[in-house]
Design a protein. Structure first.
Length: 303
């Protein structure tokens, strides 16, 4: 009997630990956090390459940059969860967040967000002031103008929110040298524009949930056809950028351009698609792989 009780107790503890880490992952929006850390690393790595420095000679700055930016972004995402706990109850994909289930008290979530943000910006201040400044701009834009103001009022919330994601390569680059360079400026521009069709695809997929939560995303307010036209415009805007990065070689320009052409073709197909949700999912997958491959190519080409 004692052995059975011990087994049951161990199993319960294991499940509790698993549920706790699952809540933490949900609280910091694990996949979103990772997607934002990659451009920071890319910016840092590329700055090392173009400055002639080495990673071995900058290990301390590297860890301060990566850990600091991760903490700051996690803090912003936690604060977003804290503020959005009321509307998250209406959306299927957010109903298991600890702020909705009550596994974490809202005051606790607020404190976690503030502490993570504070540690993050402090660590980044030990790199360069410029890197910390870009990071703060991203944090501030995401938490205040996006989360607490525009998200519930305007379809332009997507444009405002895109600033926070676009500054990520600037953080990594500025930790090594000034971001007054064509590469980080182009990376910022690509990320800013790319986030628009990427976010619109998500909004189309989750149209009913956003509508139920009364969040004025573009397809909710103006419909799918208008959203498709907007997506195509933004995707077309990505076409010239590979030609602004000749330092990565002709192979990069060709592959990146082919990726852009594929993105344009997928966008145009949306006007003939019979299943809007299925097409939006395809666009979402394409956008995720597009950005991942683009950054991975730049990193690999500078090894």
């Amino acid at each position: 009997m004692t052995k059975e009780v011990h087994i049951v107790s161990t199993t319960t503890q294991s499940r509790s630990a698993s549920a706790f880490f699952s809540d933490i992952k949900s609280l910091v929006k694990g996949p979103v956090l990772i997607a934002n850390v990659l451009p920071v690393f890319a910016g840092f790595w590329l700055a090392l390459h173009f400055s002639g420095m080495t990673l071995a000679g900058n290990w301390g700055v590297f860890w301060l940059t990566m850990v600091g930016s991760t903490f700051l972004m996690a803090g912003a995402l936690v604060l977003n969860n804290w503020f959005d706990s009321d509307i998250d109850t209406f959306m299927e994909r957010t109903q298991q967040r600890p702020t909705v289930t009550g596994n974490f008290a809202l005051k606790t979530v607020l404190n976690i967000g503030l502490v993570l943000s504070g540690i993050g910006i402090l660590l980044l201040l030990f790199t360069t002031f410029e890197a910390a400044l870009y990071a703060f701009i991203g944090w501030f834009t995401y938490v205040i103008p996006y989360t607490m103001w525009s998200k519930r009022k305007y379809t332009l919330n997507t444009v405002i929110g895109s600033v926070s994601g676009a500054v990520t390569p600037l953080i990594g680059w500025a930790a090594i040298m000034s971001a007054n360079h064509i590469v980080p400026i182009v990376l910022f521009s690509i990320l800013f524009i790319w986030q628009m069709p990427h976010t619109f695809a998500i909004a189309m997929k989750k149209h009913d949930e956003y509508k139920a939560a009364n969040v004025p995303m573009l397809p909710v307010v103006f419909g799918f056809d208008f959203t498709k036209r907007q997506m195509l415009i933004y995707v077309l805007c990505l076409l010239p950028f590979p030609f602004l990065l000749p330092m990565f070689g002709m192979g990069f320009i060709i592959v990146a351009t082919l990726m852009n052409v594929g993105y344009i073709a997928a966008s145009i197909y949306g006007f003939y698609a019979k299943d809007n949700h299925k097409w939006a999912h395809v666009m979402f997958l394409y956008s995720v792989n597009y950005m991942t491959l683009l950054f991975m190519m730049m990193i690999l080409l500078t090894f």
